[in-house]
Each structure stands twice: as structure tokens, then as C-alpha cells.
Design a protein around this ligand. Sequence first.
Ligand code: DQA
Length: 143
Amino acid sequence: MKILFLNGPNLNLLGTREPEIYGRTTLADIEAKVRERAAKLGAEIAFRQTNQEGELVAWIQEAKGKFDVIVLNAAAYTHTSVALRDAISAVGVPTIEIHLSNVHAREEFRHKSLIAPVCRGQICGFGANSYILAVEAAVTVNG
Ligand code: DQA
């Protein structure tokens, strides 16, 4: 079981970015926790971040045949990107949408996810733990 974690714009700033919303855990800390949990469950992890929409699209396309599941925190692109949504449905690799914050309890523009309809499910609102819950969801995604 191979899981590809993809992180979108500004998530490289975790730890110092609006800590009252996103917490003080850095993306490197989250990656370490994800790797620890995944190792216990026997899953292999790739973990990447980019600020560029096109790079996320390219990584989703390349995942076909290489990864069993994608876990995607598309950050702001969640709410804007038809290209990401199209890539997820084109490639057909089961994708789990995640967010640190509870996007439904925040500004109205965050309530709409363009990717949600093509994802298997959504995990949000649990801070860094959303990533750990996503590992658990990923290993059981196909039953
Ligand atoms: C986020 C929520 C998005 O609305 C926001 O643009 C982000 C982070 C989260 O993890 O809570 O950058 O995806």
C-alpha cells in the first residue's frame, strides 16, 4: 500500500502561519508523525508540498499506477481549482481530501470545495491529527 500525501500553497509555513487556526506543528513534524503511523500500518509514504497549482496537477497525474491512494490538502486551491478536480477524476486514484481547520466553520468562501465531489471523503477540523486520520482512512479505502 503506497500513499501519496500532497500539500498545496502556504502549508510550508505551518508552525508560524496563523497558529490560532492551524496550530504550531510544522509540516516537517506532521510528515514525521504520518511516517510513524504509516510504518505501524505497513504503508509506504511519499510526502510533498508545492505552492504551484500545476505541480499538484502533474503529481496527481503521475500517481496513476504508482500509488494506491492520494491524500490531498489542496489548501486554497480546494476552493478554486477546476484543474485539480479534473485531474483527480481523470486519473481515478482514490483521493481523500483533508484540511487542518474546519473549513465549514470558517468564511463562506471556504465552505465550497470543488474537489469534494470527486474525492472518496473529507477529513477536516482536527489540526495535525487530520493527517493521521487520513493514514487510517487511506489503508482501508478499498475495504
Ligand atoms: C486549509 C484550509 C483552506 O481553506 C486554506 O486555504 C488553507 C489550509 C486547511 O488545512 O485547513 O490554506 O486547507
